[in-house]
Design a protein around this ligand. Structure first.
Ligand code: NAD
Length: 296
């Protein structure tokens, strides 16, 4: 069994990006600039946005945090997005989800300029991804693909079972794994809360990508020997023995399942750190594409 070490690989990717930024600085070029919009003060969202901004600073990107109160109206948020769309200094930006319930998330995502949509959530990017055209790929599925690639995990002709059909993980990774290419070329089954007899699918899977958010959901009895396991789940479980009062638990019972797996991602230290690295990669891509557009 080999651990797919997301922490190690994400650090490699960040080093590669930092080297690229350093070359840009030597050439006196503009460095990539990522903005993050945060509405309200949800604890988990604050943590996520904070780590994205800090990651930018560490690799030499510019970053801007647009922090808006929970009372911000949809109209005010859309104005803010319009300002980011037209600000030529900003190469890419993200709107941290979830948004307060009085704001229509779809309207907001549609307002983001697809060329600056480094989260890859705009339908233009999602559609291009499905059609195997150049686009921004959402960071978490992109991170999974990169991890499989860097560990040379064979995916061609394999049966991949995805658990969960969210727009940010399950649905896009099911598309990516079925696309022509490497990683990819696998036969994909997308399962979800209405799937009957899930075990019948997981027991037949060569690769399982679990993104449902139920701690220790996937047990050893549900998988076959030699399976490749990608655990996307991140759930905070109360734990008085830790300083924070909680610990992070994945969807997979690591203790049991790792004994049968050929490759497995740990939680934490697997898909999580890859997500931030790929957001940075998308921002670098946005900068490069912006440069090409301006020079044209
Ligand atoms: P979600 O919470 O929006 O949806 C969960 C999905 O799981 C749904 O599609 C649902 O149909 C499916 N599901 C629920 N119960 C099921 C069951 N019993 N059997 C089969 N399918 C079932 O999904 P999400 O936003 O993709 O998040 C999933 C998990 O991944 C969460 O723990 C989240 O915190 C985590 N996550 C991690 C990262 C990362 O960077 N590692 C990024 C995004 C999400």
């Amino acid at each position: 069994m080999e651990i797919l070490d997301g922490k190690k690989i994400s650090n490699q990717i960040k080093d590669e990006i930092a080297a690229e930024v350093s070359k840009m600085k030597t050439r006196r070029e503009k460095v990539p600039h990522l903005a993050a919009v945060l509405v309200g003060d949800d604890g988990a969202s604050l943590t996520y946005v904070g780590s994205k901004v800090r990651a930018c600073e560490r690799i030499g990107f510019e970053s801007t945090l647009v922090k808006l109160p929970a009372s911000t109206t949809e109209e005010e948020l859309l104005k803010e997005i319009e300002a980011l769309n037209s600000n030529t200094d900003i190469d890419g930006f993200i709107v941290q989800l979830p948004l307060p319930s009085h704001i229509d998330e779809q309207k907001v995502l549609l307002a983001v300029d697809p060329d600056k949509d480094v989260d890859g959530f705009h339908p233009a990017n999602f559609g291009k991804m499905a059609l195997e055209m150049e686009s921004f790929i959402p960071a978490t599925p992109y991170g999974i693909m990169e991890l499989l690639d860097r560990y040379n995990v064979e995916t061609s002709g394999k049966h991949t079972v995805v658990i969960g059909r969210s727009h940010i993980v399950g649905r896009p990774i099911s598309i990516l794994m079925s696309r022509k290419g490497n990683p990819g070329n696998s036969t994909v089954t997308l399962t979800h809360s209405r799937t009957q007899n899930l075990e019948a699918f997981t027991k037949n899977a060569d690769i399982i990508i679990s993104a449902l958010g139920v701690p220790n959901f996937l047990k050893a009895g549900m998988v076959k020997d030699g399976v490749v396991i990608i655990d996307v789940g991140i759930t905070r479980v109360a734990d008085d023995t830790t300083k924070k009062g909680y610990r992070i638990v994945g969807d997979v019972d690591f203790e049991e399942v790792s004994k049968k797996a050929s490759y497995i991602t740990p939680v934490p230290g697997g898909v999580g750190p890859m997500t931030i690295a790929m957001l940075l990669k998308n921002t670098l891509l946005a900068r490069t594409r912006q440069k090409v557009r301006i020079n044209k």
